[in-house]
Ligand binder design. Structure first.
Ligand code: SDX
Length: 428
């Protein structure tokens, strides 16, 4: 492999360094391009632009490979737990028995949120979208823990902020759900493991002991693992760029929640169910809706289909699709939208429009069906995506700081007006 790329500009040849990663990905390092040539590059949506070097997650879009810190997603989804995967993503290796017990213990000491935060919950209109609440509430944690604002804090102080956020996020998510129902919130029970505690705060009752089904715990662990990180996606890049200004972790993660909310990103899991419901209520004519998705004059898109990186299949979608059948069977649920989803996938994957554009089901296509089977309302789906993605966002933010990445500030090509003279309003 050559060490440099040659660029010939205005008759001058420039040698640009080549960078190769541990999975043989290659990049042209343009860090000095403008200084050397006066030119910048242009790449709307950063489809061809690497923002950083990272050791957290590896994707191969052509082969449908996803690995967290070198471990294949298939083995983690099958054998690990969400808390163990969170530790792996944030600290770089799987924890031993002592480390995972200490991690769980530390988290269990910080699951409560300040009672004054209830005033924020009460301030939201009852039907306000859970993602708007989540983004606000996560940012408000910085008000209760002002020591987290110090960019020069010690490693121990940063680690404590990470523990607090992981612990309190589950409480906040469950309380958002309870408030949406007008039900009293359920406080954390620290003898329960992370996922069971979250499910108990979500589905538990004040008036009676509710036993959380192991099938639900296993399904929730698997879903949270599958959502835990995905390298430099829209929301992770948002977390990194906000954090690159030395902004605190709470506000950086809050910005990530906002980016995830969009229906082209994490909001797609809600949009998929709404789309499937619409097709069902319209008589289930899948061909009609596939044709609408292909029609350039129609704004309708097949939500849960297509991906910026995966141009073969999304390995997460394969795992979730299989889990769908298992979980619905174990819970004895027959959900008609699952049949529509499968028919939609079958028709789309045999249609040249989708095949030519390499559009396959992504992580969001089947996940909503499982969330619904577990008892969650549609508007909570993206909040659950955020709960799963939290350790990935934290790992990306931590790596950005530890690597000393500079503040993110892209360049542009100006295409506006040139010199204009000010004219008094009376003469315009
Ligand atoms: C997530 O980046 C990540 O890693 C994200 C994520 C993560 O874990 O963080 O994986 C989570 O966000 C998954 C994606 C969820 N979003 C959706 O399901 C929304 C529907 N999909 C799309 O809107 C779209 O596919 C994107 C946003 C996912 C990707 O968009 P790109 O890469 O910018 O591709 P594009 O919009 O340029 O589309 C290329 C072509 C276009 O047609 P042409 O102009 O070439 O004729 O494919 C078409 C698009 O019109 N197209 C679709 C389509 N997705 C792309 N046509 C119909 N239905 C679709 N869903």
């Amino acid at each position: 492999m050559s060490e440099t790329a040659q660029l010939i500009l205005d008759g001058i040849t420039y040698n640009l360094p080549i960078v190769e990663g541990t999975e043989n990905e290659k990049a042209i390092d343009i860090a000095k391009l403008r200084d050397q040539t006066g030119y910048v590059t242009l790449d709307s949506g950063f489809k061809n632009t690497g923002a950083t070097k990272s050791a957290i997650t590896f994707l191969d879009g052509e082969k449908g490979i996803l690995k967290y810190r070198g471990y294949g997603i298939e083995q983690l989804a099958e054998k690990s737990t969400f808390l163990e995967v969170a530790y792996l993503l944030i600290y770089g290796s799987l924890p031993n028995q002592t480390q995972i017990q200490d991690f769980q213990h530390q988290i269990s000491r910080h699951t409560l949120v300040h009672e004054d935060m209830k005033k924020f919950f009460d301030g939201f209109p009852s039907k306000s979208h859970p993602m708007g609440q989540l983004s606000s509430l996560v940012c408000s944690l910085s008000a209760f823990y002002p020591e987290s604002l110090d960019p020069q804090a010690t490693k121990e102080e940063f680690d404590l902020t990470i523990i607090k956020l992981l612990a309190k996020m589950a409480t906040i998510v469950s309380w958002i759900y309870k408030k949406s129902l007008g039900h009293p919130v359920i406080y954390p029970k620290n003898k329960l493991d992370y996922v069971t505690n979250f499910l108990n705060m979500t589905f538990g009752q004040r008036t009676e002991e509710v036993v959380i089904d192991d099938v639900v715990v296993d399904a929730m662990n698997k879903l949270l693992i599958l959502h835990a990180d995905h390298e430099q996606n829209c929301s992770a890049s948002t977390v990194r760029i906000v954090g690159s200004s030395d902004c605190n972790l709470y506000a950086s993660i809050s910005a990530g929640c906002s980016a995830l909310w969009g229906p082209l990103h994490g909001g797609a899991n809600q949009a998929v169910i709404e789309m499937l419901e619409k097709i069902k209520n319209d008589g289930g004519d899948v061909d009609k809706w596939v044709n609408k998705a292909k029609d350039k004059n129609d704004t309708f898109r097949l939500m849960g289909f297509g991906h910026r990186v995966y141009k073969n299949f999304d390995p997460r979608a394969k795992i979730i699709k299989k889990a769908c059948d298992d979980i619905l069977e174990k819970l004895g649920i027959n959900d008609p939208v699952l049949d529509i989803a499968k028919k939609l996938e079958e028709v789309a994957l045999s249609d040249p429009y989708f095949v030519e554009r390499k559009l396959y089901p992504n992580v969001d296509f089947y996940s909503g069906i499982i969330y619904r089977a577990l008892g969650f309302p549609t508007e909570m789906f993206t909040v659950l995506f955020a709960l799963g993605r939290l350790p990935g966002w934290i790992a990306q933010w931590k790596e950005m700081r530890e690597n000393g990445d500079p503040i993110g500030r892209p360049r542009q090509i100006y295409v506006g007006e040139n010199d204009r003279e000010y004219v008094d309003i009376s003469k315009r």
